[in-house]
Design a protein around this ligand. Sequence first.
Ligand code: CU
Length: 661
Amino acid sequence: MSTLQWILMDHVVALLGVATWFATGVTAALGRHRIALALLGAAVLVTVARLGTVALLADRGWWFVQEKVLLGLPMLGAAGLVAVLLAGPRLLAARQSPAAGLPAGALVAVLTAGFAALAGLVVTFTAGYPLTWSTALIAVALVCAAALLTARVVGRPAAPAAEAGSPEHTPAAAGPTALSRRRFLGVAGGVVAAGAGATGVGLLFRDPEAMVTGGGPGHAGGTRPQVSVADLRGPGAPAARGTARRHVLTARTGTVTIPSGRAIDAWSYEGRLPGPAITATEGDLIEVTLRNADIEDGVTVHWHGYDVPCGEDGAPGATQHAVQPGGEFVYRFQADQVGTYWYHTHQASHPAVRKGLYGTLVVTPREDRPEAERGLDLTLPVHTFDDVVILGDQEGRAVHDVRPGQPVRLRLINTDSNPHWFAVVGSSFRVVAVDGRDLNQPGEVREVGLRLPAGGRYDLVLAMPEAKVTLLLDNDSDQGILLRPPGVGGGDRPLPDTADWPEFDLLDYGEPAAVPFDADDADRHFTIVLDRALAMVDGKPAYAQTVDGRAHPSVPDQLVREGDVVRFTVVNRSLETHPWHLHGHPVLILSRDGRRYSGSPLWMDTFDVRPGEVWEVAFRADNPGVWMNHCHNLPHQEQGMMLRLVYDGVTTPFASTSHAH
Ligand SMILES: [Cu+2]
């Protein structure tokens, strides 16, 4: 079973535990002693089964079970044991003599086990990993408070019974000494619970640590010169053989009509969807002047996957201030990395990218091959506007005439927040590049589905066959690209159901090659645990998308030094996919769920960490700056799933958050 399946199984068993413990208490209180006894047995069995699911999950990684092992199970185990010892014998006896009944203390113990089971589940869903003292104290205090409250309710004499003169069931009948002792215990318990709870709540307001070092040294400090990201800018002139590619991108609101005739209410660069295609030849200088006509939230341009100098990265609050209406910012960088990339605003990315502030960036090698020999080269960003999906700049299925034998390159770019499913019908093909970087000796594949992560890119290459080829998007026969040899007419053949095609896996695709560093000898190793939890997002409490239990801007910065080999372990504890995206550096993929990538070296800037998955990646810290490191599901990013990777000695004057320093 996959880790996700074990996570779901554990949730189900935990929920069953809550249900059986409470059902035992309720049936016992109602005097249904036989049913209560059966339910008590079931509660014990479910609790033992829970030990099993947690043990199996622990085998997948401590991150998946820490709060269960250290808090949930001990709480439930202790409360459950007391409940069994107090209630078990009485319920057994009640089977023989139905009048025997369950004393209040035993009933309270059973219900307390229910509260403990519930508290464990709530902690898993609201706090998760890592378990803090604050969470543990609050959880224990709440369970104690619930137990004391239950004791008061259960122990209070029922009014009609008292009137009927059956004093043996009233606390008063226990005698004044027993009564005051019980009162004393109640008050003492209440004081301890309140103290623990208050301490736990107090700990919530501790200042979070501002930085983690991943096992490497901290700030060098001293007289070391500091550099500001504002000074980490691109060059002014192109390389010797290059030219300057100048563009103006004016961001504005307004209706945009796409080629299929549909009018879309959008935010766009230059009134176009996607924004102007930026292309360059290796060595060119790209110079983009961003202007903001009327986007009230402000805009930037972030060069997704392109390792620009930090000051050109377009990350508001880190590398620049967002450009306000009437404002301007000029980006300038050398196009020294070939491949397929894209750009988008990074200010209020959700909803601004979804509304249309995106475009493509393609850099081709400097080569002397004539244009005609290069064949068809299509750049195909997919984007969803509410119910309209456009691929390239077309809605529906675009048709291209291609001579048989001609090379075709399809540059697939996912500009949405969720993965898309591509399939090529009618031809084999090679995946020659991922996230802009070429793969080593990629082989031919056919009839596989390509799951493209949010923000990711695949470059497909094929030689046009004699018959039609369809690039199908999301298994929708109305979405995609039709490649047609000239003169080949006739109707479409029915397209196959590509949703069933096996998923293309990069794990062992292509051939191994040397990589520029030894990832097993990393200078720093950071673990990034992704989940949902209650956390502060921009000063407001929310059910946030969290990194290590915290949300942006309270997630500690990751500190690195120039030259470090840095390793990330990215763990997804949640039930949603998180496309992880580090700015400024492609990462080398090492393993997924313990399985090593054994094909071509694989460099990605956005890798999909699905529920329950654990990814190991590494990179060389060779691009100084202050870099965002976040989930590229943009609603998740907005809900807190973001942190910063900061180089020692680099400062930012743009931070508007608690991280200002
Ligand atoms: Cu996410």
